[in-house]
Ligand binder design. Structure first.
Ligand code: CAA
Length: 285
């Protein structure tokens, strides 16, 4: 019998985590939303309020739907509050040791049949899985940014993931209105493997002063019909996240395409992380 995912947990309320909370809550699922401390919780609450407030003001949802969505979310900084969740999705920063620690801690909290999912973009799901007592119940559930908008979800199946685990997660993704695909555990999975060589190349072109940021972005928007140019997209993804993804893929495949352009690292050091810090390739009010 399929698991009952009427209450799920999300750990890490950054850009992706808050978006994932919204996806669940919008689709009638109760969510326990966790971050490490009060500041993290407040930030997640703010991101969610901003996104749903926009949907409300645009007439995409009614006031009742808006209020019901928020009523489904319970915020906490205590992992122990995840005890009744049949699924927990972690969306903490892209650092292997941190993800291993967070997922490993869930062994003592959730039921033995609960599914542990990671939203990692490029780290090894297998390495995260082996940090738990039962790696069979660990799966990748990779959303795209902005999670409430993008329809694609990659369900990552490791060599040890139990069949019923990825079946249940795939069915849940469909219930959320997403188009899931099942992929193996290789850095970057499908979309990031294809996308990040292109994004990195755009940064190299900027760095060598081959073209301006505006012209690079305009080429892909107006010439190729992309919804946003590569530098705008990097600002949306977050320069720190982009660096981690490129670095992980480069270390795994040694493909020069993925060797992070030096300016990306410099921007991370300078705190120019894109939209979330108000400054990246562009400046945001
Ligand atoms: N949260 C929630 N909803 C959002 C949102 C956000 N952060 N940003 C935009 N939206 C919604 C808007 O409310 C709007 O909804 P309605 O149509 O229902 O009114 C819709 O998205 C369109 O938004 P806008 O009209 O403001 O702007 P737009 O048409 O330019 O679209 C965009 C904005 C959706 C971000 C679009 O530019 C886009 O799809 N860009 C490409 C994004 C992309 O490639 N994402 C993948 C990144 S890679 C990744 O995520 C993987 C990884 O591991 C890093």
């Amino acid at each position: 019998m399929a698991r009952d995912f009427s209450t799920v947990g999300v750990i890490g309320l950054g850009t992706m985590g808050a978006g994932i909370v919204e996806v669940f809550a919008r689709n009638g699922v109760d969510v326990v939303a966790v971050d490490a401390d009060e500041a993290g919780v407040a930030h997640g609450r703010e991101v969610l309020a901003g996104s749903t407030g926009r949907a409300l003001s645009r007439g995409k949802i009614t006031q009742e739907e808006h209020d019901a969505l928020h009523a489904r979310v319970r915020y906490t900084s205590d992992l122990g509050d995840l005890a009744d969740c049949m699924l927990v999705v972690e969306a903490v920063p892209e650092q292997l040791a941190l993800k291993q620690r967070v997922v490993g801690a869930l062994d003592a909290i959730v039921a033995p049949q609960a599914v542990l999912a990671t939203n990692t973009s490029s780290l090894s799901v297998t390495e995260i899985a082996v940090a738990t007592a039962d790696p069979k119940r660990v799966v990748g559930m990779h959303f795209f940014n902005p999670a409430p908008v993008q329809q694609f979800v990659e369900v990552i199946r490791t060599v040890i993931t139990a069949e019923d685990v990825f079946d249940d997660v795939k069915a849940l993704a469909e219930r959320l209105g997403k188009k899931p695909v099942v992929v193996g555990d290789k850095a970057g999975f499908i979309a990031n493997r294809l996308l990040f060589g292109y994004l990195n190349h755009a940064v190299s072109m900027l760095e060598s002063r081959y073209a301006t940021r505006e012209d690079l972005d305009a080429a892909m928007r107006f010439g190729c019909g992309y919804p946003m140019g590569p530098l705008q997209l990097l600002d949306l993804i977050g320069i720190d996240t982009a660096y981690e993804i490129l670095d992980t893929m480069y270390k795994q495949g040694r493909d020069r395409l993925h060797a992070p352009s030096p300016i990306i690292k410099q921007m991370v050091s300078a705190g120019m992380l894109g939209r979330k810090t108000g400054r990246g390739f562009y400046t945001y009010a």
